[in-house]
Design a protein around this ligand. Structure first.
Ligand code: AMP
Length: 542
């Protein structure tokens, strides 16, 4: 053994487990505040030391319930400090934190909670109707705990209030799982991505670095990205490593966010383009309102950030970090980091750089391969586009409970995105191969919309595509060929679809056409269709 240690090197055993993050935050930045602004306007203030103490109490409370390492602990909640406490409390017991997206519809909620075999469900009172509805369909959930009320379940504060916080975190392997996030794909059931302590820790260290979020203990971060979305971009872990102050809002309204940012002197905030648009609209429509002057960095991702928005923030003197990533990539893949020649670029050229998806930080490798021949790696010439693949220590290898790996030879994961890489390494996304539409940061399956549409007796063929929408980034447009001598109105078709899919999935418009383009193999050519409707203006369609 002594011999072996020498061959391994002679440094200390310090496992890359995420509980070290909260220990560090509490020890070195214990009084740095964590502010929660609730829906009723009231606020709660705690700090990193308080979060750690409560997380330890939650760990004790979970042990008392018989929760064991490896068990799944679910949350169904907005952004607030109790939710943050639960992240660390769940991993503290050696459990796997499963953040559930309340915007999913019932069949998806049923699937993921059963697939995850969640034993505990922590939720906001706001989502009590979901809990009541889903309880009979979630047989694995043994314990329900409500964050903000003693009705209809045990109150979180009372639950952890019975404990003293004198406890130890569970100690396991750094490759143990710590978090599970589901991603809803094109067809079929959502897939779970199982993050490890090690992968999460490495991701957090990368996240705070200057080319990514650039956070330190002076930062005041307001994460608009929900804690149930792609691990909130890793911010709850990264923020602890940095010792940043956090400001959480349970409401993502432009007025509320501006007010909070001004009062708490927020320096950095992260969200999808839709929320930034709402904030800018608020600024534009309220006299005397301005982009909060304390803001220094805007992290925007989840969908392409529109050029005009980038320009607007940059003109206001802000640093824009336009990030690309996926649930499968923890989620940081690339960020709109400044290039080596940044200072020599004109303002317009700088905006052009930021409008692309940027470069990978250390730890992520990207490449594009030929769409028809995945063995053929494409040159980084800024013109040849292909399927984007990615690999690294925080990229998925195999989906939770899957029988086979999700990567091809060389550990490369196919992202379903299409893009090109410029000679300086900047990634530019141009399309996607996966059949999905991303609306306000949430996925809509084109295939399921099409299946529902062709179920209508008058529809011969239907294709759903995402078309640029100024508010939601993309909204579904349904392109339909009707059967000969059959007619159906847009309103009838929408009403039909509303019976089969979630309301927010229903296409905003239906375009009736004589024919839909097909590929050589007879499949609907989404690429051609997207091209055909690229300049589409929403209210022009009947
Ligand atoms: P999700 O797993 O829900 O986070 O979705 C990941 C997907 O969102 C990616 O594969 C892209 O299709 C899309 N996406 C994320 N960030 C960007 C971006 N900056 N620009 C364009 N698409 C993006």
């Amino acid at each position: 053994m002594q011999q072996l240690r020498q061959t391994l090197g002679a440094m200390q055993d310090w496992k890359l487990r995420v509980t070290h993050l909260i220990d560090h935050a509490a020890r070195e930045h214990g009084s740095r505040e964590i502010v929660s602004r609730w829906a009723d306007g009231s606020e709660t203030r705690t700090d990193w030391a308080g979060v750690r103490h409560d997380a330890l109490r939650m760990t004790q409370a979970l042990r008392r319930l018989g929760i064991k390492p490896g068990d799944r602990i679910a949350t169904l909640a907005m952004n607030h400090h109790r939710h943050l406490v639960s992240w660390y409390g769940a991993v503290g017991v050696g459990g796997i934190l499963h953040t559930v997206n309340p915007r999913l519809f019932d069949d998806q909620l049923e699937f993921i909670v059963n697939h995850a075999e969640d034993r505990v469900m922590l939720f906001d009172k706001l989502w009590a109707p979901i809990i009541e509805r889903m309880k009979p369909r979630w047989p694995t959930v043994e314990h329900y705990i409500c964050y903000d009320s003693s009705e209809p379940a045990l109150h979180f504060e009372e639950w952890i209030g019975a404990e003293d916080g004198i406890a130890e975190w569970h100690d396991g392997d750094e490759r143990d799982p710590c978090m599970l996030c589901y991603t809803s794909g094109t067809t079929g059931n959502p897939k779970g991505v199982l993050y490890e302590h090690r992968s999460t820790m490495l991701h957090a260290l990368s996240a705070i670095s200057p080319p990514v979020f650039g956070m330190d203990c002076r930062s005041v971060m307001l994460p608009i990205v929900p804690m149930f979305h792609a691990a909130s971009w890793g911010l709850p872990w990264a923020g602890a490593a940095a010792g940043a102050k956090f400001v959480y809002s349970a409401v993502n309204d432009g007025a509320v966010l501006c007010d909070l940012m001004n009062r708490e002197k927020v320096t950095c905030s992260a969200g999808v383009p839709t929320v930034w648009l709402a904030l800018l609209q608020h600024v534009d429509t309220h006299n005397g309102s301005e982009i909060p002057p304390s803001l220094q960095t805007i992290v925007c991702g989840g969908s392409a950030m529109p050029r005009a928005m980038i320009e607007r923030f940059m003109r206001a003197g802000l640093r824009v970090a336009h990030a690309w990533g996926m649930t499968e990539t923890s989620p940081i893949g690339t960020t709109g980091a400044e290039t080596a020649n940044w200072n020599e670029l004109t303002f317009d050229e700088q905006v052009t750089v930021k409008a692309m998806q940027g470069r990978p930080p250390f730890g992520v490798e990207i490449r594009c391969v030929d769409l028809g021949d995945p063995e053929k790696v494409l040159p980084r010439d800024g013109v040849t586009s292909g399927a984007l693949q990615v690999r690294g220590p925080w990229i998925v290898k195999r989906y939770f409970k899957a029988d086979a790996d999700a990567v091809v030879a060389g550990q490369w994961f196919d992202t379903g995105d299409v893009g090109l890489i410029h000679p300086d390494g900047t990634l530019q996304l141009t399309d996607r191969t996966k059949d999905v539409i991303k609306s306000g940061g949430e996925w809509i399956s084109s295939v399921e919309l099409e299946n529902a549409a062709v179920g209508h007796p008058a529809v011969a063929e239907a294709a759903a595509i995402g078309v640029y929408h100024p508010k939601w980034d993309e909204r579904p447009l349904l392109v339909v060929v009707t059967k000969p001598d059959q007619q159906v109105s847009q309103a009838e078709l929408k009403a039909w679809l509303a019976q089969h899919v979630a309301k927010w999935w229903v296409p905003d418009a239906v375009a009736f056409v004589d024919q839909i383009p097909h590929t050589g193999t007879g499949k609907i050519s989404k690429k051609d269709l997207r091209e055909q409707f690229r300049e589409y203006v929403w209210d022009q369609v009947a």
